[in-house]
Design a protein around this ligand. Structure first.
Ligand SMILES: Nc1nc2c(ncn2[C@@H]2O[C@H](COP(=O)(O)OP(=O)(O)OP(=O)(O)O)[C@@H](O)[C@H]2O)c(=O)[nH]1
Ligand SMILES: [Mg+2]
Length: 229
């Protein structure tokens, strides 16, 4: 859709009466962000009105995957094609994401929860707090158990760290206890959850965290620098 067509579509919609709680989901390429979005939609869409924005650099593949999976009606999902470094679109120039969110929020004025999936990035990515209220950072075990130890703002300062693909740990010699210990050393009291998102209900612990973040209405302690404190 062209920017003009999108703008017209947005202008024609009623303004939202409330804003949904916005959760950013970031993490390295292929760690399981889309699988987490799909799992959360499956588990929570009966109780929460959910909208989703996906970011891909060169495609709209994640939005198409989610639409085909049937986890939400297709008009609840919008894609941003960043064409640039993924963290630029979620941290530095968030206009395209805000545009997509406002379109969805206009279409679903009673939405409770907006999930914004970042394009797959590296350990330096973090969302602007002008875009999201809370952030989940997803890493996986396939790169070995060193990943939490390597740190970065997502590992250290996200509101929730998810360590996914626990099923692969024995295959790559990753020690989950080492990952838990190193994550705790980086994060202090901030929560860490392990997941196997290909399993039915594999997102249920994360869904519990999301449920309480939405209920509290502020899952994020964030500062003016745009980073979680
Ligand atoms: N073995 C295993 N595979 C998983 C798990 N979770 C996701 N996958 C698979 O990992 C691959 C990447 O998952 P995605 O959800 O697309 O990852 P992503 O982080 O959204 O990827 P990008 O958006 O491209 O960065 C897919 O083939 C998933 O089916 C898991 O817990 N275990
Ligand atoms: Mg994805």
């Amino acid at each position: 859709m062209t920017t003009i067509a999108r703008t017209k579509q947005y202008l024609d919609l009623p303004k939202p009466t409330k804003r949904p709680f916005r959760i950013g989901i970031g993490g390295p390429v292929g760690s399981g962000k889309t699988a987490l979005v799909a799992g959360l939609c499956k588990l929570l869409s009966d109780e929460l009105s959910i909208i989703v924005v996906t970011n891909d650099i060169f495609t709209m593949e994640d939005a198409e995957f989610l639409r085909k999976s049937g986890v939400l009606s297709t008009d609840r999902i919008e894609a941003v094609q960043t064409g640039c470094c993924p963290h630029t679109a979620i941290r530095d120039d968030i206009a395209a994401n805000l545009d997509a969110l406002e379109l969805l929020e206009g279409r679903f004025p009673q939405a409770d929860l907006a999930l914004i999936e970042s394009g797959g990035d590296n350990l330096t990515a973090i969302f602007s707090t002008a875009l999201v209220d809370a952030q989940i950072f997803v890493v996986d075990v396939s790169g070995g158990d060193k990943v939490p130890r390597k740190g970065g703002p997502g590992v250290s300062r996200s509101d929730l760290l998810v360590i996914n693909k626990t099923d692969l740990a024995p295959l790559v010699g990753a020690d989950l206890e080492v990952m838990a210990r190193d994550a705790a050393a980086k994060r202090g009291d901030r929560p860490v959850l392990f997941s196997h998102l290909q399993e039915p209900g594999g997102a249920s612990e994360v869904a519990g965290w999301v449920r309480s973040a939405v209920a509290q209405g502020s899952g994020s302690a964030t500062g003016e620098d745009g980073l979680a404190q």
